[in-house]
Write a protein that binds this ligand. Structure first.
Ligand code: DQA
Length: 141
């Protein structure tokens, strides 16, 4: 089973960025632990701060992989183009946010991508990525 994790803008700074909101661990450190927890899953990680690069990655893997775990960062709240890319591909996409976006500023309460995703996990820290893998394992068995 192949799962692509995609992180959007500013998530390259996890561990350094607002640790009170996003935690002290870098995503690279977390991802290594995730691979150990799910040895039977082929896990791939991609991060970009550029909207078009995120769309290109969705196109590249979105017809062959078994699942995508997408944290589109701030593009979640603005990007019609990422909404359309998720609609265009056949691989199911799970939307993940580290923080609880509904407990934060109002501009984070609107997601342009949730309607095209299989589901949404928000507010469980980085554990949300593991929860998404668990769900993809269930639907792919
Ligand atoms: C985020 C929430 C977004 O509102 C924010 O712009 C991010 C991170 C999260 O994981 O909690 O960059 O997606």
């Amino acid at each position: 089973m192949k799962i692509q994790v995609i992180n959007g803008p500013n998530l390259n700074l996890l561990g350094k960025r607002e640790p009170e909101t996003y935690g002290k661990l870098s995503f690279e450190e977390f991802f290594e632990k995730l691979k150990v927890r799910f040895p039977d899953v082929e896990l791939f990680y991609y991060q970009s701060n550029v909207e078009g690069d995120l769309i290109n990655k969705l196109h590249e893997i979105g017809f062959t992989f078994d699942g995508v775990i997408l944290n589109a960062g701030a593009y979640t709240h603005t990007s019609v183009a990422i909404h359309d890319a998720i609609a265009a591909i056949t691989t199911p996409v799970i939307e993940v946010h580290i923080s609880n976006v509904y407990a934060r500023e109002e501009f984070r309460h609107k997601s342009l991508i949730t309607s095209k995703c299989l589901g949404l996990i928000t507010g469980f820290g980085m554990e949300g990525y593991a929860m998404a893998i668990q769900h993809l394992l269930i639907i792919n068995q």
